[in-house]
Design a protein around this ligand. Sequence first.
Ligand code: ADP
Ligand code: ADP
Ligand code: MG
Length: 669
Amino acid sequence: MFEKILISNRGEIAIRIIRTCRRLNIKTVAVFSDIDARSLHVREADEAVYIGPSPSPSSYLAYDKIIEAAAARGCQAIHPGYGFLSENSKFAAAVVRAGLTFIGPSSEVIAALGDKISAKKIAMKAGVPVVLGHNLPIVDIEEIRALAAEIGYPVLLKPAAGGGGRGMRMVATPDELESALQSAQDETRKAFGDDRIFLERFIGNPRHIEIQIIADRHGKVVSLGERECSIQRRYQKVIEEAPSLAVDAELRSRMGEMACALARAAGYSNAGTVEFIMDSHRNFFFMEMNTRLQVEHPVTEMVTSLDLVELQLRVAAGEPLPIPQEDVSIKGWSIEARICAEDSARNFLPSTGLITRYSNLRGRNIRLDSGVEAGSFVSVYYDSLLSKVISWGETREEARTTLINALNRYHVEGVTTNLNFANSILNHPAFIKGDLSTGFIDEHYENGEAKIDPPIEQLEAMVIATTVVYHNRMNLVRESLKPMAAKVGLSHMPARQHRYVVKGNENIFEVGLQGQLSSRHWSVTINGKEHAVIAPVFEFYRRRMKLSIDGVNQYFRLQYRQNFIWTAYCGISRIFEIYTPTEWGLAQYMPKEIKGANENVLLSPLPGMVVSILVKKGDRVYRGQDLVIIESMKMECGVSSPCDGVVDNVTATIGKAVETDEVLITFTT
Ligand code: ADP
Ligand code: ADP
Ligand code: MG
């Protein structure tokens, strides 16, 4: 086994790998760029080497520097994690040339499987079913037009070198084909330096099911069951689970055998994932193979009790696989939520900044793989994944509620995250039923919000938490103003019912509260229904609160804004206004808010770099028209005009960084 390895990655995955190395007594060397100098992964590793400026081409992708660092520090191997250099065959070859071990398959195998066209050929040869299509780069548009007509629309244009969902285009009608091909080629040339596009039948509302395999360097391959990753946004996974409701034991072993056959045919060694797409008749087709550890590998670890990083290290060191296929068993259920720095209310734009508060999660059957802590800076340079929250349960339902409770407790402040969005999915009736497909989010969500109203019981729980907090905070303030003697007197007063009116969006709740500050027990009546509530004592200023409601522990996150309290729970977030009945009577006479100021300026909706400006002074523009392109976190985002008008002044400059709400353009309307 290795004594020391270098990890050519950052964030949660670098820390995840370090954790296993520590257990196996393997020393670790981290690498870091300028902006990561004080990152968690740097401190967690035994040693760390600075490799260059923040943009990844100068640091995490600069493989000569990385290999040099590994050699200089006496490492025997390099673990690439996922993303960055993990599927770069040239890097794998260079590592070996330097006399080190690449923790992954051979350079040739990465090249053969990393190319989707050649991977599909290998799959066909191994007898694995593939999606119908034209498995060659498109050169002749007329030929493709004829073929697409034969396959039937919609069809999917796919980049041979693709990854992370980039460059794929669904084409619904023949007249869109040519322009879709153009834009797919442009995007993939920019992203991967390769513009080969091929064509596949587009499978409507499929499930994404993938098989985890592990293969040693002696030809032995074992499959470790499936993961379902159908909950996706723009072909990127959001929630993953193992096993899948759509797979029974017979199908599992059939898909497992196919995945192993493919790995064998390719001469594969390392952990790897064979991705399949499954139609509504449970027919499955090969999509691609990822020749690395996957973001969602923890759900497999939770149900198999195996450590995939340990297995990767063992097979890379030449050891034979320690587990025969018959010993692999799936126990219980596991679900993972990816927590990303993005704003679901603003079209999932990446968000950056300093994490000002952060709560680590602990608990039974909960695992947190995190790359950040309080004080971490989330920059525009790398992808937006901050952490993953993973749960385990005997059943899917148990894993689901455990994960929901964990997300209710998880608190990240300073950057906007998709935490509530992920939690909302877990609470959605269609998710509960297991009605999953890759179209799930488009079908059930709009602008990051569920299309259906949340269950009234969940809203009522939020109102209970909010009112208990509000009432007790008010009373704590009043009491602190009184001398001790009076305080003792107060606690002997008979408890009376306090009444409040609570408003959240369009919902209005009448709340009655009975209890005492010195006791933890409250009786809360809400719209006529009575609940037994056990609250903490004197802890009403915290951002997280645990309440027992009718005997069940519930967790809430709260923020105080004058008389208003923002509460988040089960993927719902609301600002509640709390009034005494007298205040509520008066509130009806308050003037309504004045809206719609500042519509004649274009503000940057996110921090990033201005890469292009599409208009100039004097141009007439229309509401919704893209005016400026900003790049942030590897994504280009168009910023569109808020109004119809004429450009008065362009204050943005190409190549210059901008902050959120910085003025880009002003208009005369
Ligand atoms: P797949 O290729 O099947 O999507 P993964 O989900 O494991 O496999 O992720 C692929 C790569 O995409 C990872 O290397 C990861 O760094 C990157 N990635 C994951 N999520 C995001 C995201 N939200 N934005 C940008 N890149 C991402
Ligand atoms: P990537 O390398 O970007 O992960 P994949 O080939 O794994 O590319 O595809 C990513 C996602 O795109 C899949 O998870 C699936 O949701 C969707 N997809 C891929 N191929 C098809 C297809 N033929 N029909 C419908 N959806 C597809
Ligand atoms: Mg994929």
